[in-house]
Structure formats: structure tokens, C-alpha cells
Ligand binder design. Structure first.
Ligand SMILES: Cc1cc2nc3c(=O)[nH]c(=O)nc-3n(C[C@H](O)[C@H](O)[C@H](O)COP(=O)(O)O)c2cc1C
Length: 325
């Protein structure tokens, strides 16, 4: 068990924030597989301050049984703190705040936000203090190994001294974006050097990836990001293993079809069918990798989805043709 502020967390699975993916509908469905803590997509502090309606929609989700945090991004402590206060007036159900200190996208870093914050560890700490001055909710930070230079230990020290409640680290630098192997070797035994809980992120695609990352780093939890897109059952595999030691087998093609349809339904309910299914062209094909002969299916899903019924039809056709996967 580990603690996120006043909350006791039993398991080891955190659902990562992913802009454009981890909307309330996505989280709601993936949470049913046993997520312990989840985080919203990143939310602009200035968007909240200027009352941008789309930005506001990211924080006005319904209460979920799973502990849910809002991830804010920005460059100035006073603005991020103001945005935290605004989001609580819009949605008092927010369980905690997370600060994005890892985003590598130039549109974000050129404003001084995201991973650019890691160039100034003191500022990272000031942001945590500023949010803490407007709310009693726990405040976490999500960092990388560094911007260009690896400096996560300096950043962690500042964050801890500023009262951060937990830290998630993506084991790549800003330069590495999302590519290549994450450097868990650089995080060896990191948890033993820290005062607050540690969550690790980077290429968690299988149960063994999770076991390995936790073993090397001593972290309290792993973050499931791209590995959960199209494979929500991974969450259950990790959860079950750490509860009982049992290794659940990978889902069958039939089961993947069901998961794919259920997630689509959850996203349609949230966003409306047309928007949800447009986004789903990027998600649905991921349910069918690793099955023999599923390349055609992936291509069709990526190009032909229009509405929910089209998804049902495509999957039915593949099943009816008795294509054995
Ligand atoms: C499409 C996409 C969007 C992402 N958006 C965010 C974000 O909004 N905030 C954040 O802190 N990290 C974001 N990330 C990073 C992930 O949370 C995670 O740390 C990263 O993908 C590494 O994990 P993985 O290799 O298992 O995917 C994003 C990643 C992807 C692929």
C-alpha cells in the first residue's frame, strides 16, 4: 500500500495522462479493469483562467470511483494555482492535482511549460507550493529524466522540499520524446532515495514490463499509457499479479472485440458518436495487433469507421468470415 496525500492506495496501477486520449469516457472504461489512480488529459492553466469552454470540459467530469486527478500545465506558479482554484469551483470532485513537467511538444515548451520547467528546478518547487496555497488536495508532479541534461534528482529534491505528495517519472529525456527504450537503469533504487511515493512510466506494454520497472526502481506503482490503448486487460493482468501472484493469459480475439466495442460505447456516450468514432480510428486498430492476419482488419478500422454500427459491422464480418486469429 502507498499513500497519495490522505488517500491509501492498495494497488500499483496508475492510468497515465494522454492528451487527446484519456478523456473521462476512456478513463471510465479502463478504470473498470482495476486502475488505482487515474489522471485527466493535460489542461491549460490559461484556458481555465480565460474560461475557454473546451478547456473547462476537461475538468468537469462526473465523480468516478477511481481516484482521479486533473493534470495542469503552465509556466507560472500564480497562474497554475489560479487554474487549480478555478477547476475546483467547476468540479469539487477533483481528488488531486498533477503538474505536467514532462510534455516535450514545442508549442508547450516554448511557453516555458511542460518539460521546459525541468530547466529550473526551483520553479518546479514554487509551482507545487503555489497550488498547495490554494487547496488541501494532494499535488503530484509528472517529470522526465531531464530536458536535455539528466537532472531528475535535482528536480525531485525541490519538489519534495516543496511538499509534493508523489512524483511520476517518464524514464526518457525531453529529446527522446516517446521513442527508444526507457532508461529505468538510471532510476535504479530511486524510491529508496526519495521521501514521497514514486510512479514510473515508459513502455509498459506487458505484465513483465511492469514487474521489471517496479523491481529496478522500487517504485510504488507503474503508469499504463500507450500499452493500455487497445489492451485494457493489461491493467487487470498487472493488478491480479500483484494481488495474487497469478498470471492471467492474454485476451482472445473475441474478448478483444468485446473490449473494443465497450470502450467505443463509453466514448460515444461522452463525446457523441461522430467525434468519438473519429478519435476511435486511432484507437480501435490497436486492439488487434499480435493476432495473425489482423493487418487488414487494422487498416479497415483506421480508415473506415464512421459510427458505432460501422464498428460492429466490421468486427462481425471478420468473425463471420471465420478468419481464424
Ligand atoms: C498521445 C500521448 C499523449 C500524451 N499526453 C500526455 C499528457 O497530457 N500529460 C503527460 O504528463 N504525459 C502525456 N503523455 C506521456 C504518457 O503519460 C507517458 O508518460 C508516456 O507515453 C510514456 O509511457 P509509454 O512509453 O508506456 O507510452 C502522452 C503520451 C502519448 C503517447
Amino acid at each position: 500500500m502507498w499513500k497519495l496525500g490522505q488517500f491509501n492506495i492498495e494497488g500499483k496501477v496508475v492510468l497515465a495522462p494522454m492528451a487527446g486520449i484519456t478523456s473521462a469516457g476512456y478513463r471510465k472504461y479502463l478504470n473498470t479493469f482495476g486502475v488505482d489512480v487515474c489522471v485527466s488529459e493535460m489542461v491549460s492553466d490559461m484556458g481555465l483562467i480565460y474560461q475557454n469552454k473546451e478547456t473547462e470540459s476537461y475538468v468537469t467530469y462526473e465523480k468516478d470511483e477511481t481516484l482521479t486527478g486533473v493534470q495542469l500545465f503552465g509556466a507560472k506558479p500564480e497562474n497554475i494555482a489560479k487554474a487549480a482554484a478555478v477547476s475546483l469551483t467547476l468540479n469539487p470532485c477533483i481528488d488531486f492535482f498533477d503538474v505536467n513537467m514532462g510534455c516535450p511538444v514545442p508549442k508547450v515548451t516554448k511557453t516555458g511549460a511542460g518539460s521546459a520547467l525541468m530547466l529550473n528546478p526551483t520553479l518546479c518547487g514554487e509551482i507545487i507550493k503555489a497550488i498547495k496555497s490554494v487547496t488541501d488536495k494532494p499535488v503530484t508532479a509528472k517529470i522526465r529524466l531531464g530536458y536535455n541534461e539528466v537532472n531528475f534528482l535535482d528536480v525531485i529534491k525541490e519538489l519534495e522540499n516543496s511538499g509534493v505528495d508523489a512524483i511520476a517519472i517518464h524514464a526518457r529525456t525531453r529529446k527522446e520524446l516517446y521513442m527508444g527504450e526507457p532508461h529505468f537503469d538510471l532510476l535504479k533504487d530511486l524510491r529508496s532515495k526519495m521521501k514521497v511515493p514514486l510512479i514510473v512510466s515508459g513502455n509498459i506494454y506487458t505484465l513483465d514490463d511492469a514487474i521489471n520497472a517496479l523491481e529496478i526502481t522500487g517504485a510504488d506503482a507503474v503508469m499504463v499509457a500507450r500499452g493500455g490503448m487497445g489492451n485494457p486487460f493489461l491493467i487487470k493482468q498487472i493488478k491480479t499479479y500483484f494481488e495474487t501472484g497469478e498470471r492471467l493469459p492474454n485476451p482472445s480475439f473475441e474478448e478483444q472485440c468485446n473490449y473494443c466495442l465497450e470502450l467505443a460505447k463509453s466514448m460515444c456516450e461522452e463525446k457523441g458518436e461522430l467525434t468519438a468514432m473519429r478519435i476511435y480510428r486511432g484507437i480501435a486498430p490497436k486492439f488487434f495487433s499480435g493476432f495473425a492476419n489482423s493487418r487488414t482488419l487494422r487498416t479497415i478500422l483506421a480508415t473506415s469507421l464512421t459510427d458505432y454500427q460501422s464498428l460492429v459491422r466490421i468486427l462481425d464480418e471478420f468473425k463471420k468470415e471465420n478468419i481464424k486469429f
